[in-house]
Write a protein that binds this ligand. Structure first.
Ligand code: HEM
Length: 233
């Protein structure tokens, strides 16, 4: 647990944002620092490289999305650029794995969180387990699924990038794997973006790195207690 006192003449929000450049899990006045600058850079590298890989990949996949190629200067540019963006996305995911691996280990309680009954309550904002730490079961599951999907996209993408090196059967399996993985990934990320934007205060945590105390108490009660030292009521 760490406490930081705001310097005089600086509001809590500004002081918290300054602290968030290098520290997290810290209470600063009425704010709590949730993500350091390095974590936010890592996350936005993953997010932007995913979107760019998606936009350059869609016109290669089917002519229905051929109009997207104009954003990058045509289909030939997309064919050339897409694999490099895919590599950038994979580098971002590796960085994500290194940053969050230990914080995302699933406990038995996290698995219960994933039960359909609990998840439905969560979506209706009706329930939060008082023992939810910094990340809930759903967030942890997203992390592991994203890593698994990233490995599938990277390996199948390599085969498709260098077709002359690999046998025909492997190329065909890779086409299917790449398509299934990117569609599943896309649907997952739609859900993720919805939850990040629909719930007030969540998106800011990935922009300035800080959250309000009521947000932390509501969504991540155990993390809130660990950071502030407050006792469970
Ligand atoms: C591009 C639009 C995206 C938006 C608006 C967005 C938004 C956010 C926000 C606000 C958080 C912090 C949630 C918190 O502090 O509790 C977060 C965390 C996270 N994001 Fe994203 N994200 C995006 C893309 C992605 C992509 C493409 C991935 C792919 C792997 C991803 C993976 C994660 C993971 C694993 C976390 C930590 C667990 C979680 O909070 O769900 N995000 N994201």
């Amino acid at each position: 647990m760490a406490h930081v006192v705001s310097p005089p003449n600086v509001g809590h929000a500004d002081a918290a944002i300054a602290v968030a450049r290098s520290l997290e899990d810290v209470e600063v006045g009425d704010r709590i620092v949730r993500h350091t600058l390095a974590t936010r850079l890592m996350h936005w590298l993953v997010g932007t490289s995913f979107i760019l890989s998606f936009l350059t990949g869609m016109p290669i996949w089917t002519p229905i999305f051929g109009w997207m190629a104009a954003l990058f200067g045509g289909l030939q540019v997309c064919r050339w650029l897409h694999p490099f963006l895919g590599v950038l996305f994979s580098v971002g995911l590796l960085w994500m794995a290194a940053s969050w691996w230990s914080q995302m280990v699933m406990s038995g309680r996290d698995m219960e969180w994933l039960s359909p009954a609990y998840f439905a309550k969560y979506l209706r904002f009706e329930s939060t387990d008082p023992e939810t730490g910094k990340y809930n079961g759903g967030q942890k599951a997203l992390f592991w699924i994203a890593l698994l999907g990233g490995v599938a996209l990277f390996l199948s993408g390599l085969v498709l990038w260098f077709p002359g090196v690999f046998p025909q059967a492997l190329r065909e399996v890779s086409w299917i794997l790449h398509d299934v993985a990117f569609i599943a990934f896309f649907l997952l990320i739609i859900g993720h973006v919805y939850l990040a934007i629909a719930d007030p205060g969540t998106f800011e945590s990935m922009v300035d790195g800080t959250v309000s105390k009521p947000w932390a108490r509501l969504h991540h009660p155990r993390w809130y207690r660990d950071v502030t030292g407050e006792q469970r009521k």
